[in-house]
Design a binder for this molecule. Sequence first.
Ligand SMILES: NC(=O)c1ccc[n+]([C@@H]2O[C@H](COP(=O)([O-])OP(=O)(O)OC[C@H]3O[C@@H](n4cnc5c(N)ncnc54)[C@H](O)[C@@H]3O)[C@@H](O)[C@H]2O)c1
Length: 366
Amino acid sequence: MAYLNRNASGVALPVRIGLIGSGWMGAFHAESIARRVPGAVLAAIADPNLESAEALAGALGTTKVTADAADLLADPEIDGVVIASPARFHSALIGQAAAAGKHVFCEKPAGLGLEELDTALAAVEAAGVHFQIGFNRRYAADFQAAKKDLAAGIAGEPQLLRSLTRDPGTGSIGHAARIPAWTIFLETLIHDFDTLNWFNEGAEPVEVYAVADALVEPGLRDQGFLDTAVVTIRYSNGAIAVAEANFSALYGYDIRGEVFGSKGMVQAGRSTETAARRFTAEGMSADTPRLNVELFRQAYTDELVDFADAVRARRDGRSDDTVPAPKPFTLTPGALDARRALAMALACIESVKQGTPVAVNERAVL
Ligand SMILES: NC(=O)c1ccc[n+]([C@@H]2O[C@H](COP(=O)([O-])OP(=O)(O)OC[C@H]3O[C@@H](n4cnc5c(N)ncnc54)[C@H](O)[C@@H]3O)[C@@H](O)[C@H]2O)c1
């Protein structure tokens, strides 16, 4: 018996993904690609911190490691990249990856200013590569169930929307000095802005009014550190939204979204880790989610499954039978979603500086 002589056209080749940035989020994405995304392989890792890249590569069986993302982008054996470096490098890396013909999944935010992002997105457009932004909440089962209801008109005309992020904490933020300025808008609330935009699809965010302070770490207020924020948003369909964030919830990681409309209300977000409850003489209690990689483990995986599917479809030009059936609502967050949410974050920064509401559209760079 000998091997069948099969040619490559009948074989589903794995989607080969290169990771750029092997820190907290990059390491989790790497593990997802290597272990949980069917038909994908983690082909290479780039990080100027070679020690971090090598440790991750060793754990996941990846042989190609480099300190320079340019090596990975020049590698013809890489189909697409996952960018999980610090945010200040995102736009440049998106542009370089697109110019090299690689499909791009980029962690949020896609940039720190609209000019740099527009340059990157022009490169994506010119290269015709797939671009996806890491707005993972869209892939959480409860957020998708809510979106499905909203797409079916269950809540009617949206009037009030709400989205919140409370990061887990201990009541003090030990690493506050390492958190870049305006992170609460650019890297945290940007998730909430996307949730609100997605839930209120078809409407544009027109104006924001942001109030922010250092309430967890008041000692850092004078240095401009912000750990607590509330944003009101006016949308073009008249709906009014509130987004809020805090960096230190003692009870765990708390993410919720809600739409109240002319016909009812739709909510997403779960406050317990599992459906288990404890009933004792003191009353009822349950465990709460503690980490993003616990609450969103499946969502982080599914956004990369979606990315790998898109890359495979583009690379192989295959018919739709290899792509999952489309959902009855929009899902994959792309270039316009990345830009819209960033424009809102930038307008919030301006709003805090000015102490007034600020128009969202056409916000310039920081
Ligand atoms: N979607 C989410 O829920 C979520 C959660 C956490 C972080 N993030 C995002 O992921 C990104 C990374 O965050 P993190 O917490 O993993 O940060 P991190 O500091 O843990 O990791 C960043 C890594 O990038 C490396 N790096 C620095 N410059 C680089 C470059 N030019 N090219 C390649 N790698 C470079 C660093 O050495 C480090 O290993 C941020 O944009 C953050 O907002 C998203």
